[in-house]
Design a binder for this molecule. Structure first.
Ligand code: SF4
Length: 215
């Protein structure tokens, strides 16, 4: 049976409902094995107060955000988890190495690394969510800068607020690309009510009429 991360990698590769050939399945399984060997996943998170200062306006720590989609998703949340996570420089180096000799493997590796990072984030979110449930608090889906109308420029604020350069070795270029490449910054709303959010986010959630839906 195909495991979840393999399914995700197949989805990122754009197969949709088409059958995947044995050769590609072999490359996927090799890529996950390579990732297990060279990824050094690290993360940091902190909880900040979240103030709704106006329509589509939010203040989180020193960050002032104007975003309709984020405002909607964080409705009713008085605090948020800010997080940064990375698979480390080893994954970048491996991808660079393969890109010089084997394009097919590089494409599959890209998809597998994205699935691997998502799996790591899901597990981290489960762990944070479990801790918060003891305090009768629940998490909304992850929301990253660049998603919807949440300005990518806020990535810089998040890196600074979490001091990611020092804590997990995560920085960014002038064009807002994260370094290492296989990294993520995100925020997650903390709510007093249990919306039973889907770990894979609103796109995978069946509650199409949810007022907090991020899309
Ligand atoms: S649509 Fe689903 S995942 Fe999204 S906020 Fe609503 S309950 Fe949570």
């Amino acid at each position: 049976m195909t495991d979840l991360r393999t399914k995700e990698a197949i989805r990122y590769l754009g197969y949709g409902k088409h059958a995947v050939d044995e050769g590609t399945l072999g490359l996927i399984s090799d890529s996950f094995r390579d990732l297990e060997a060279c990824a050094a996943a690290k993360s940091i998170y902190r909880i900040f107060e979240c103030e709704h200062t106006g329509e589509n306006e939010l203040q989180i720590g020193k960050m002032n955000i104007t975003s309709r989609s984020l405002g909607r998703n964080l409705k009713g949340c008085g605090s948020v988890v800010l997080l940064g996570a990375t698979l480390g420089t080893g994954v970048d180096l491996m991808m660079k190495r393969f890109s010089l000799t084997d394009m097919a493997k590089t494409v599959v590796l890209q998809a597998c690394a994205a699935a691997y990072l998502e799996e790591y984030l899901d597990q981290l979110q489960e762990k944070i969510g479990e801790e918060l449930r003891q305090q009768e608090k629940w998490l909304r889906p992850r929301f990253s800068p660049g998603y919807g109308d949440f300005d990518i420029h806020h990535q810089k604020d998040i890196l600074k607020m979490l001091d990611t350069a020092k804590t997990i070795g995560l920085t960014m270029t002038d064009s807002y690309m994260l370094t290492p490449v296989k990294s993520v910054t995100a925020l997650i709303g903390i709510s007093d009510s249990d919306e039973k959010c889907h770990i894979k986010g609103c796109e995978s959630c069946g509650k199409t009429d949810c007022i907090y839906r991020r899309n």
